[in-house]
Ligand binder design. Sequence first.
Ligand code: FMN
Length: 338
Amino acid sequence: MKSKLFEPYTLKNIELKNRIVMAPMCMYSSHNEDGKVENWHRTHYVSRAVGGTGLIIQEATAVTPQGRISPQDLGIWSDDHIEGLSELVSLIKEQGAKTGIQLAHAGRKAVLEGDIIAPSSIPFNEDMKTPLEMTADDIKETITAFVKGAERAKKAGFDVIEIHGAHGYLINEFLSPLSNKRSDEYGGSAENRYRFLRQVIDGIKAVWDGPLLVRVSAKDYHEDGLDAEDYVVFSQWMKEQGVDLIDVSSGAVVPARIPVYPGYQVKLAETIKEGAGIPAGAVGLITSGLQAEEILQNDRADLIFLGRELLRNPYWPRTAAGELNEEIQAPKQYERGW
Ligand SMILES: Cc1cc2nc3c(=O)[nH]c(=O)nc-3n(C[C@H](O)[C@H](O)[C@H](O)COP(=O)(O)O)c2cc1C
């Protein structure tokens, strides 16, 4: 039987050659603190394309300077970023992978000089800065920054956009009642807490007709926080808005312990996929081809996102193919060693 991991997958208007996705991972390598692509990014991403990954999602890329996690983050807040990103996209595509970018704003988890902003003026923990509560103008400007980021991503030639709605960064801070204590139309009910993400999605959809993914933290690991069932509702709304796939991660909106074991977030992806009837990506300690194949064959997720395993092994697709008795094409320069 043919494996599913190496079956192509159609994501809206593009075809991925397999179901293997490189999860967004911050490299903190814009050493000049200008958000620009450097040699490290070129080497790092292009290596995974040579290794056979189907879709490479570039790390959290900040839509405003204030929305960076650190001063070394990649950025897309200025037209000056387009040239470097466009070169990176061409280099990756030349090696046969599709390209995605994760558009991000760190909210209260920014570790930067100056003011930081969030839905409510509550710090993440006692070591982090207390953010300023966003005004109506801040909200409008930040939504516009996401939309401008999408326009620039389009100009740079990315195939896919992923909105970073996970891990306790700005969008996640709006969604969770643990970090959103607003009394205006952006806080309170689930609909109100979703409003910021709704407007980001609508804004992006107006300028981008390619595949749109949203990464969520589908569990807060806190008794007063959100769980997968809450995210089924958000995911239904996202589906209605034309989001193509939910990339299902978890945690980090408040400092809570996450029980970690192989495939620890797969159940969350499965719940969203079934409950909302939308394609889902599974991520989190997926390390073998057999494990990935089990998830896909049992319809628990549609795509397999790999983080740390791809840091250890850029040739993971070849390793997984070996486990699944598949052969994947070597880059022709490497045929003698394959
Ligand atoms: C070095 C590193 C950087 C990361 N940066 C991001 C990021 O920019 N955006 C994001 O959504 N997740 C980020 N993550 C989380 C990964 O995308 C992934 O969800 C997580 O590592 C779990 O998958 P894994 O067990 O395959 O590594 C990062 C993880 C690592 C290890």
